[in-house]
Structure formats: structure tokens, C-alpha cells
Design a protein. Structure first.
Length: 177
């Protein structure tokens, strides 16, 4: 399966973020841990029901677990394809404060997702206007919903942040709070 270059750059950036953020993380007593000592989030986005995925406009059969196919301690990641955007959900054991204070996460705008306080942001970089993340708190830490334009396709999603907020609201009852 071929990956688009536009999907690869943000994914590699996310992997770099995960690598840096994962260093120094400590496990909490009683939490499930890996051999690296990093607590694993309980929620796996790849387990979302097919009807929920179809409800946000992605093809459940296109599920891609991990970050560029690789697992990372402290994160559960899954992505799906739609005709004019890519959707990726990142469940992390990072706190919302850690996500918010990351200097790479720019253009932060507070939003409401159901009853949760959340915020949208871009990761700084040359393609940051082509995708947008919504960060919202969950029982595992932070849940990130990323929408990326498919600029190689006709009619790419025009407002990745608006679409990411819509998707986060639709999935709100299907993901841990």
C-alpha cells in the first residue's frame, strides 16, 4: 500500500513528537506498562465500530494502525481514508497540559467537543495549513483527532480544523471521556 508524501510528513513529525514526548514518561503504580516503563493507553482508536467510522465519512477498511505502521510506547494510533481527507486518531498518555505546552503546537484555539473543553492546533511546519488537530481530554490522557487535506484529490477538505471539530463531536460518545 503506497503512502502519500503529504500523509508521510505529518506522520513522521508526529512520530518525532511521540519520541520526544515519550522520553521521561513515568508509569503510574497499578497502570499497565510496557517493558519500557511507559503506561499504555487503554483505548485503541482502531477498535471504533464501523458505523461510527462511516458516520464521519471514512472507509473502515482503510484502517492503518500505528504511526507510519510502527507502534510507539504510550500511544495508540489509527488512521483512515476518505475521498477528500485523511483521519487519524491518536490516544496518548500525555496530559492535555503537555499537549498544550508543546511549542510545536501552534495556532491553538479553544473549542467545545460535547461537554469537553478542547482546542484545535497545527504542528508548526511547512504543511501545517493542510491538517489540523483537535486535542481533548480523556481518561487515558489526551485524545487527538487529526484531519488532513488530500490535496492530490479533487475537492480536498477546505477547512481541516472545522472538519476535525465536527468529527470529534460525532465521535465524542464513542471515545473515552
Amino acid at each position: 500500500m503506497a503512502l502519500s508524501i503529504r500523509w508521510l510528513a505529518p506522520a513522521v513529525a508526529a512520530f518525532a513528537l511521540v519520541t520526544v514526548a515519550g522520553c521521561g514518561s513515568e508509569s503510574v503504580e497499578g497502570s499497565p506498562t510496557t517493558t519500557s516503563g511507559v503506561a499504555e493507553p487503554a483505548f485503541d482508536p482502531c477498535t471504533l465500530p464501523e458505523d461510527a467510522l462511516r458516520g464521519v465519512g471514512v472507509d473502515p477498511a482503510t484502517a492503518k494502525p500505528g504511526i507510519v505502521g510502527a507502534d510507539r510506547a504510550g500511544w495508540n494510533v489509527c488512521g483512515w481514508d476518505a475521498s477528500n481527507f485523511l483521519l487519524t486518531l491518536f490516544q496518548s498518555n500525555l496530559s492535555m497540559e503537555q499537549v498544550q505546552k508543546n511549542p510545536r503546537n501552534v495556532d491553538q484555539v479553544p473549542v467545545q467537543v460535547g461537554s469537553r473543553e478542547a482546542f484545535t492546533y497545527h504542528e508548526s511546519g511547512p504543511t501545517s495549513d493542510e491538517y489540523c488537530d483537535v486535542a481533548m481530554g480523556s481518561s487515558d490522557g489526551a485524545l487527538l483527532v487529526r484531519v488532513e487535506q488530500r490535496t492530490s484529490r479533487p475537492n480536498p477538505v477546505a477547512d481541516p480544523c472545522g472538519r476535525a471539530v465536527e468529527i470529534a463531536n460525532v465521535l465524542d460518545g464513542r471515545v473515552p471521556s
